[in-house]
Write a protein that binds this ligand. Structure first.
Ligand code: ANZ
Ligand code: ZN
Length: 810
């Protein structure tokens, strides 16, 4: 049974909040707190993941408001992207209409959840007034030499007909993140943003992101993948040609005496020359190389490489396990100490020499047997001339110094960010291709370059937009064509948090002063699937804006919460599994407050949890009880007194404890514990009422505290009951009650109460309170109120009677 008319209550307060504009962001900010949920893709339906995400941010924003902060809590739409284009093609409409229909529906759904956004700051990235600033940003990147155009192999999804970023290619099988089609390689002229120039800062600053989950920090470190090592050159020559010193990168220069071959990537410049002249290399590169295969493959060339220390001659291979975009695209092969090199050398019949020995317990180090497997650890050098006997770490330093061509080198896994997409529904890249001047930037005063009307064709609709494409060169006036690629939508989301601070500004993407007021985002909340791309790009763009646009902050998000999944019977809810619970249905049946309360009490926000009908029903029943306890009191239906007695003291202790504990838990976004505290306070108040007369001040404070503690999570019903209690103004505008004790004191007191409870329970059970002597043992003057409270809780009137008679209480 659904204890109250939630629909009426919720509608009433949503309208009242709206009419009073309670969620408008203050203009003057003293204690700014910026609370942000990752903006959704407007797919048309709010799902449970969204509801959880936005309930977390909403509850936290409301809590910060109660604490007196000036809160910025905006919402917007990540509105460009492929699904809209596909949907438009299927339904013979256009992506714009489809997107705005979806936005309208989802906005209504958000309103029905009672999320308190400042809708005056709404943004949709697909509007020219937003994407104009993506284009502006692109201009700035190019002006600062942080963007460039180059031919590059791209990941191409044949099904989506689009280029994918590395991060959008998933798993060993290299499947498209959207449609699971195996990804192919193509070479295209692409625009890149030079995120690699910030690689060091991006990795170094991770240490300072203490408000981020360790897992996300580690994922970012791994993604950037910094490796310290040595660059050194091997002289390479062939029967008819000298190539001079060819650089290799190694993290293990201590193994250099064990180098028995040299290997080049299939698209290393030397390999590309050999393809023309060497039949075998041609055959290998074009038909055999399989960089994704399990085994390393290669072909021997007629070149030799000179060992930089021993002067020995090494065979040179072209090999597919050498990657062109790692290090220098060439490596020294040390099969004795590297697994891949070992596999390759075994297959190709190349020598395998041990040059590192395990640290000996005592005596001389003995060379390990590397015939079957490489010894990959650090150790002591052997068979290494004057370096024999040195430890690996020291040998690396000495050799980097001594070898003439060697120098310290750093290499990264991170690549520049390719942003070109052959798609319609995105930000047009503001470039004109002139036959004489080449690619020319569209001048700032001609921005935005707006998208033309959608044309339903296969391939990129912008290629088919003949009239739109035709333009003149901004530099020389010649006939020219617009760039038809649009930007990766991760560009849109790499700075949207800045647009919210001044969404209507016409002169710039963001107001510098306002941004410096509000930024960084104090609490960011979203899905773990954004742990790498979105967060890394946002960090990068923030740093560039700090360097070139006067932003005072170099990191965008101080605290990050990656929320867990809402599951059903242990499985992720998904359409394909048919186990989706619709938030709308829950709101209709039980109300938004119930849905919110259930979600927040079910688990800590980072954890996955199972959706449970029972849990929902019990959250609903709790709200009905809350309503009852407030209304019965407000209607004057319970006997009150002004007298202070031990029970009132006990209840007051519980009120203060609830405030202090809930505050600490809300501070840390541990909503389940905060809510539990408030719920148990409501339970105490109900039992207090049932045990006899209540002290009016105590009871009223208890109710008003409970409502404030619960209002971040169940705002509508708390607003209604706040009014019932006779308060002026909204509970969302109320002030958080001050606790009279800190958490330590409270914990101590609670432990005492817990012990007393146990003891009193035993008295009740065992002695059945016939023997007042036993009470002497447990009820010291210090504990008397607790004991009494417990007796009340336990509904043991004879114990209460005995206690009231007891010396220590009288
Ligand atoms: C010699 C060596 C000896 C290496 C040894 C390792 C162990 P990891 O292995 O992840 O630490 N490397 C260099 N350039 C490469 C390229 N373009 N493609 C593929 N591999 C390349 O990465 C560092 C090692 O990767 C480098 O150190 C190099 O092999 C290899 F006992 O050099 B090493
Ligand atoms: Zn021109």
């Amino acid at each position: 049974d659904d204890g109250y008319d939630h629909a009426a209550v919720e509608r009433r307060w949503q309208e009242a909040w709206d009419d009073a504009s309670v969620y408008r962001t203050p203009d003057e900010v003293e204690d700014p707190t910026y609370v942000l949920g990752m903006y959704p893709y407007p797919s048309g339906q709010l799902h449970m993941g969204h509801v959880r995400n936005y309930t977390i941010t909403d509850a936290y924003a409301r809590y910060r408001r109660l604490r007196g902060d000036d809160v910025l809590h905006p919402m917007g739409w990540d509105a460009f992207g492929l699904p809209a284009e596909n949907a438009a093609k299927e339904r013979d409409t256009n992506p714009r209409d489809w997107t705005f229909d979806c936005i309208e529906t989802m906005k209504d759904q958000m309103a029905s959840m009672g999320f308190g956004y400042d809708w005056d700051r709404e943004i949709a990235t697909c509007t020219p007034r937003y994407y104009k600033w993506n284009q502006w940003l692109f201009r700035r990147f190019l002006e600062e030499d942080l963007a460039e155009r180059r031919a590059a192999d791209v990941n191409w999804c044949p099904d989506c007909e689009t280029v994918l970023a590395d991060e959008q290619v998933e798993g060993e099988a290299e499947l498209c993140w959207r449609c699971d089609t195996p990804v192919e390689t193509r070479e295209l002229e692409q625009w890149f943003l030079k995120i690699t120039e910030y690689a060091d800062e991006l990795i170094d600053y991770i240490d300072g992101l203490e408000g981020w989950p360790d897992s996300v920090r580690q994922m970012q470190r791994n993604w950037i993948g910094r490796q310290e090592g040595t660059r050194l050159a091997f002289d390479v020559s062939g029967p008819d040609e000298e190539y001079g010193g060819v650089e290799a990168f190694t993290t293990r220069v201590d193994t250099v005496f064990g180098a028995t071959f040299f290997a080049l990537a299939p698209d290393h410049p030397i390999s590309e020359e050999l393809i023309e002249t060497d039949e075998a290399v041609h055959e290998f590169v074009h038909h055999e190389a399989d960089p994704d295969g399990d085994e390393p493959n290669g072909v021997e060339t007629d070149l030799t490489a000179t060992h930089p220390v021993t002067g020995g001659e090494l065979p040179v291979f072209v090999a597919d396990f050498v990657l062109s975009d790692v290090g220098t695209g060439a490596l020294m092969g040390v099969p004795g100490h590297d697994d891949r090199d070992h596999a390759f050398a075994s297959k190709m019949g190349v020598d395998i020499e041990p040059v590192i020995a395990p640290e000996p317990e005592d005596g001389e180090p003995g060379a390990p047997d590397v015939s079957e497997a490489a010894f990959v650890e650090d150790g002591v050098l052997v068979n290494s001339g004057e370096y024999s006997g040195l430890e690996s770490a020291e040998a690396r330093e000495r050799l980097t110094e001594d070898i003439e061509s060697a120098e310290h080198g750093t290499q990264y896994r991170l690549r520049d960010w390719g942003i070109s997409r052959q798609r319609y529904w995105g930000t047009p890249i503001p470039i004109v291709h002139c036959p004489d001047c080449g690619p020319v930037l569209v001048p700032e005063d001609e921005l935005p370059v707006e998208l033309p009307e959608f044309i339903n064709t296969t391939g990129n609709p912008l290629d088919a937009a003949e009239e739109w494409k035709r333009t003149t060169c901004p530099e020389c006036g010649a006939d020219a064509e617009r760039e038809t690629d649009t930007m990766d939508t991760f560009v849109d989301s790499s700075w949207y948090f800045l647009r919210y601070v001044s969404p209507d500004l016409e002169e710039a993407p963001f107001d510098r002063e306002r941004a410096n007021d509000w930024m960084p985002v104090d609490q960011y909340v979203g899905g773990i699937e954004h742990a790498v791309m979105h967060l890394l790009y946002s960090r990068f763009v923030t740093k560039t804006l700090a360097d070139h646009e006067g932003l005072q902050h170099r990191e965008p998000f101080t605290n990050l919460l990656a929320q867990g999944m809402v599951q059903l019977e242990g499985e992720k809810m998904s359409k394909s599994k048919g186990n989706v619970v619709s938030p709308q249905a829950i709101v209709e049946e039980y109300g938004a407050d119930t849905a919110r309360l259930f979600m927040m009490q079910a688990a800590q926000p980072e954890r996955d949890f199972d959706w449970s009908e029972q849990g929902v029903a019990s959250a609903n029943a709790f709200l009905a009880r809350l309503k009852d306890v407030v209304e019965v009191y407000a209607d004057g239906e319970i006997e009150t007194t002004d007298e202070r007695d031990p029970t009132a003291d006990y209840v007051e202790g519980e009120i203060e404890a609830a405030v202090a504990v809930a505050a600490e838990e809300y501070d840390e976004l541990v909503f389940n514990t905060a809510v539990r505290e408030a719920q148990s306070l409501v339970g105490t108040l109900r039992r207090y009422r049932e045990a006899g007369d209540v002290r009016a001040d105590t009871f009223e404070r208890g109710l008003s505290v409970s409502l404030r503690l619960l209002s971040p999570v169940a705002p509508h019903i708390c607003e209604e009951l706040w009014e019932t209690l006779g308060h002026e103004g909204f509970v969302v505008d109320a002030t958080w009650p001050e606790a009279d004790a800190d958490r330590d004191t409270i914990e101590k007191r609670r432990r005492l109460v817990e012990n007393t409870r146990e003891d009193v329970r035993q008295i009740i059970d065992v002695a059945d309170i016939e023997d007042p002597e036993r009470i002497d043992i447990v009820v010291t003057p210090e504990w008397k109120h607790e004991a009494l409270g417990v007796a009340i809780d336990s509904d043991a009137p004879n114990v209460i009677g005995e206690l009231m008679e007891h010396d220590s209480i009288k």
